[in-house]
Design a protein around this ligand. Structure first.
Ligand SMILES: Cc1ncc(COP(=O)(O)O)c(C=O)c1O
Length: 501
């Protein structure tokens, strides 16, 4: 479903419902979808040993609740699955999924590497004490300042994305070498002509998108040859990333086939044997009970097998593998808690379809597209449950919407909730750890919610709630004006970052 060109506010946005038949029981926590610690105690949702009502009393709503053991457990699962006693392997956490100082520290402590996609992500990781040599910097338009930071801080790799970038980086690297430093280690990002999302992948000869050097046009080989001839740059290996929320390893296997072919071409053209192959991220997670992601162990086994076979076919030594999971580490362990404000039964028009009720309840919560843009942006599917209690009221067809001035401000498009849900009840939306807080905005001047990490019953605010003063401080007229505190739409008490409850 795409919005009307004039914007969703002006378009018809009543698609047929995809809710299906109501489930036999409402409010069930499918272990696929919910954080590993999620459970119900006397009907109430508990996360990492804390009741949601208790967390909301202390930290307000909307609230991101992150199960620390889940996040770190999934990072460890990838590290274990890819560990290779002979060649080693690097698991980079793709920090764009969700990054803050505490997450950078966990990833550092747990021995993973980290991907930054901008100079500011890099600066944040460095400020949190993340070891520079375990950071890779991505981006299709890295500025001189970003590249200078990468060079000066001694990060592990710069992932090169364009010829302009090679021109920009080479003199900075040469200056470092002239001052007695090491050459700058780089990867070439190859666009391999594979596009994968969820169950399918498409292999094409050309690639109409902004990232990387095309393999099909020969740009990737040209770039590699050029970098190899640049004495201040060290070409450590190749990189490829084919998409997101992928459930099937076939796309990765096709990409590995092509990128190993490029290793062979580079060897033929220059005699260089590159030692690293980074196959990117994109490993899918379960947002809905029917989603069936591949386990890190299966992904690792498949990728190792394919790369080994391709290398054997070309007579190349097997390179060290790297991957960059973001969503698969950060996504499943976090839920967003919202308070219901209004419920509006709306008659369904012709779009209702056979077997669907005549009415859909629009359940409005106190956040929306400013804390989760993915439903509006990507048609993403989420599920949610009534969190503060269970109910045996009959199911009602619902759509969970935010409080923004957009009809497209939808959080959960189609679901069944108990018909007695009421203003003041809490809803928990599952699997919101990736690309929700990190894509949050201040649309309609809603404030960014806090993130609370919970472990063994102790909740720590790892990112505090934004205040209206934070926002006023950026405004030329209002910088010194007193801001109502707490903000009018957020009656919850404010907490300093690091506050515990
Ligand atoms: C280069 C690169 N690596 C890794 C990722 C992480 O993807 P995911 O969070 O789906 O694992 C992305 C996401 O866009 C990416 O562009």
């Amino acid at each position: 479903m795409r919005a009307h060109p004039a914007g969703p506010l002006h378009g018809s946005i009543t698609p047929p419902t995809a809710a299906g038949a109501p489930p036999a029981e409402l409010g069930v926590l499918d272990p696929h979808v919910w954080p590993r610690s999620a459970t119900r105690v006397d009907g109430e949702l508990h996360l990492a040993g804390r009741a949601v009502t208790d967390l909301v009393r202390a930290h307000g709503t909307p609230l991101f609740v992150l199960d620390e053991a889940d996040f770190r457990g999934r990072a460890a699962d990838f590290a274990t699955a890819f560990a290779d006693p002979e060649l080693g392997a690097d698991v980079h956490y793709a920090s764009k999924a969700f990054l803050c100082g505490q997450v950078a520290r966990w990833i550092a402590e747990d021995g993973l590497h980290l991907d930054a996609c901008s100079g500011n992500e890099l600066a944040l990781a460095l400020a949190a004490g993340f070891p520079a040599e375990r950071i890779a910097l991505h981006g299709n338009n890295k500025s001189l300042v970003e590249l200078q930071l990468a060079v000066d801080s001694g990060i592990g790799h710069v992932v090169l994305d364009s010829f302009d970038e090679i021109d920009r980086l080479a003199p900075l690297a040469a200056a470092r070498v002239a001052a007695g430093g090491d050459p700058v280690s780089v990867l070439i990002r190859a666009t391999v002509g594979i596009e994968a999302h969820t169950h399918e992948f498409i292999a094409t000869a050309h690639e109409d998108q902004k990232f990387g050097f095309s393999l099909a046009t020969g740009d990737a080989l040209t770039a590699a040859v050029r970098v190899i001839r640049e004495p201040a740059l060290h070409l450590a290996g190749l990189h490829s990333h084919i998409g997101s929320q992928i459930f099937d390893t076939a796309g990765f296997e096709a990409a590995a086939h092509r990128v190993v072919g490029l290793l062979g071409q580079i060897h033929q053209a220059t005699g260089e044997l590159l030692g690293e192959l980074n196959l990117g991220g994109g490993f899918g997670i379960a947002y809905l009970a029917d989603d069936d992601p591949v386990s890190p162990t299966d992904v690792a086994t498949r990728l190792r097998t394919v790369v080994a076979a391709e290398c054997a076919a070309l007579g190349l030594p097997v390179p060290r593998l790297a991957v960059e999971p973001g969503r698969a580490i950060a996504g499943p362990g976090t839920v967003t808690l919202y308070e219901i404000g209004t419920i509006k039964p709306v008659r369904l028009g012709a779009g209702g379809g056979p077997g669907t009720p005549a009415v859909r309840n629009y359940v409005s919560v106190d956040g929306g597209m400013s804390d989760n843009i993915r439903t509006a942006l990507y048609d993403a599917d989420y599920t949610c449950v009534l969190a503060n209690r269970v109910s045996d009221a009959p199911p009602a067809l619902c759509r969970v919407v935010g409080k923004h001035c957009e009809s497209g401000d939808v959080l959960v498009r189609d679901l069944w909730l108990p018909s007695d849900v009421a203003p003041g009840d809490l809803l928990a939306v599952a699997a919101t750890g990736a690309y929700c807080w990190s894509m949050a905005s201040n649309y309609n001047y809603l404030l960014k919610p806090p993130v609370v990490a919970v472990r063994d019953g102790v909740a720590t605010e790892i990112v505090r709630r934004q205040t209206l003063s934070d926002v006023f401080a950026l405004d030329a007229v209002l910088a010194d004006a007193p801001a109502p505190s707490p903000a009018p739409d957020q009656p919850a008490p404010e907490h300093a970052a690091g506050a515990r409850s």
